[in-house]
Design a protein around this ligand. Structure first.
Ligand SMILES: Nc1nc2c(c(=O)[nH]1)N[C@H]1C(S)=C(S)[C@@H](COP(=O)(O)OP(=O)(O)OC[C@H]3O[C@@H](n4cnc5c(N)ncnc54)[C@H](O)[C@@H]3O)O[C@H]1N2
Ligand code: MOO
Length: 412
């Protein structure tokens, strides 16, 4: 059997960062920057006031006090955005608002709270240090400084920085387009009646959402039956809209395992058993002249979910221009025993992971494995936030054992 690591590496080998495109800022949100961005200007661009008050020559106020305020004539009124070149000299002041350019000659700004708020002349009751309440040009960013390096994910703060340095658009690796297609003759659209032997389709909803959570644009193509010609035609149809295709079902040993049958004849997909539980039957390769990557996940819902987290997520990260890191793991103490795990396969047990600050050693988490661990038992998955790893050669674990645990992505 193939190891988990071998399969991770085979899936990763199929993908590369998507070619960068220029996108307006809000469309670039969630994308990964494909260029370093330097600021063409200083930030702040000009000396400006950080408070509403009066621009003064600080030395004029050396003697100012509550009892003996200094009176100054107000020779200008400077709102934010004022384009005029204001100036003051000793013995005068200008009323100024937050963000307004400091007039030449001024050496400090006195907040309005230290004054009587006068408009023709103002009485100032406190002295002020040089530079008070003045934000100097370039003290945030100097012209030419790199404000964002290539490879960063564009979230709220990054978009703010880009706009602040005047960028309208940037080059980003776009969100990968993921098409999700499930197969199975037994499947019925939720909301429709189910007949004997039929079940409501769930994998494609789950994986489409998982791909969206992973920063992709995901399309739920839905599901198709087990007719090889239809599967082939459908794959042909979705090729154009996909950077990567995910299928579920039809990859094990059954007489009607249609994905395996069709893709064994066309494309480069190889099918293997991976030494893990759940998620043993897996396939990966490319299809079409475009050599679109395709990952064929097993049909059991828990198997499909776990396989997505282990194999597909790192590949999606690489396509987005990020390092293809796996999900993080932590060490945790088992809150209950694991009675059995198949020898020779690595188990990923669905579990609730809790931070345990009362721990008396370096293990700061406790893992509560779900009671229902079947590949079909989706309800247990819905309550969990982690996967306990039981190594290939371990067949049981006592309560209290320290284990490695994969943290599943948190909802954003
Ligand atoms: N003789 C063998 N049988 C099986 C083996 C094996 O090695 N030898 N492997 C088992 C394992 S492990 C898995 S996992 C499954 C994988 O089977 P397929 O990928 O071929 O999936 P299906 O047979 O189509 O479906 C399996 C199971 O999941 C349900 N299913 C499928 N698609 C959906 C969907 N979109 N939404 C909800 N549920 C779905 C389906 O009804 C089946 O119950 O094979 C084992 N068998
Ligand atoms: O290995 Mo299959 O993926 O559990 O049920």
């Amino acid at each position: 059997m193939k190891t988990v690591e071998e399969h991770i590496s085979d899936v990763l080998d199929l993908v590369e960062p998507l070619d960068p495109i220029e996108l307006d800022l809000l469309r670039a949100h969630g994308g990964v920057l494909a260029e370093p961005v330097a600021s063409p200007v200083s930030l702040p661009r000009f000396d400006n006031s950080s408070m509403d008050g009066y621009a003064v020559v600080a030395t004029d106020l050396a003697s100012a006090s509550e009892q003996d305020p200094v009176q100054l004539p107000v020779v200008a009124d400077i709102p934010a955005g004022d384009p005029s070149a204001n100036a003051i000299r000793s013995g005068y002041c200008a009323r100024i608002m937050t963000g307004a350019p400091v007039p030449s000659g001024a050496t400090a700004v006195v907040p309005v709270e230290w004054t009587d708020g006068g408009q023709a002349t103002v009485a100032i009751t406190r002295s002020v240090r040089e530079g008070n309440a003045i934000r100097r040009a370039g003290e945030d960013v100097e012209t030419g400084t790199t404000v964002l390096r290539g490879g960063v994910r564009l979230g709220a703060a990054e978009l703010g920085v880009l706009a602040a340095v005047g960028r309208k658009s940037v080059r980003v690796h776009p969100r990968p387009r993921v098409v999700v297609l499930s197969t199975g003759e037994e499947l019925v659209e939720p909301g429709r009646p189910v007949g004997p032997g039929q079940i409501w389709e769930s994998n494609s909803f789950m994986l489409t959402a998982a791909a969206q959570d992973a920063g992709c644009t995901a399309y739920r193509h839905g599901f198709i039956g087990d007719d090889p010609a239809t599967v082939l035609d459908t794959l042909d149809d979705v090729l154009l809209q996909a950077d990567i295709i995910l299928t579920t079902g039809g990859v094990s040993m059954g007489a009607y395992d249609v994905v395996k049958e069709v893709l064994s004849r066309s494309g480069t997909v190889t099918f293997d058993k991976v030494a893990m539980q759940p998620g043993m039957p897996q396939g990966v390769g490319t299809i079409g002249v475009s050599k679109t990557p395709i990952v064929t996940l097993p049909g059991n819902p828990v198997s499909a979910f776990v396989s997505f987290q282990l194999f597909v997520l790192p590949a999606l990260r690489r396509m987005r221009g990020l390092p293809p890191a796996p999900l993080p793991t932590v060490r945790a103490r088992l809150a209950r025993q694991v009675a059995s795990s198949p020898r020779g396969r690595r188990s990923y047990l669905r579990a609730i992971l809790e931070y345990d600050h009362g721990g008396d050693d370096s293990v700061a988490f406790t893992a509560f494995p779900a009671a229902r661990q079947g590949s079909h038992q989706l309800s247990a998955l819905a309550e969990t936030n982690a996967l306990v790893i039981v190594p290939e050669q371990v067949t049981e674990l006592a309560e209290g054992s320290v284990v490695e645990v994969v943290k599943l992505p948190e909802l954003g």
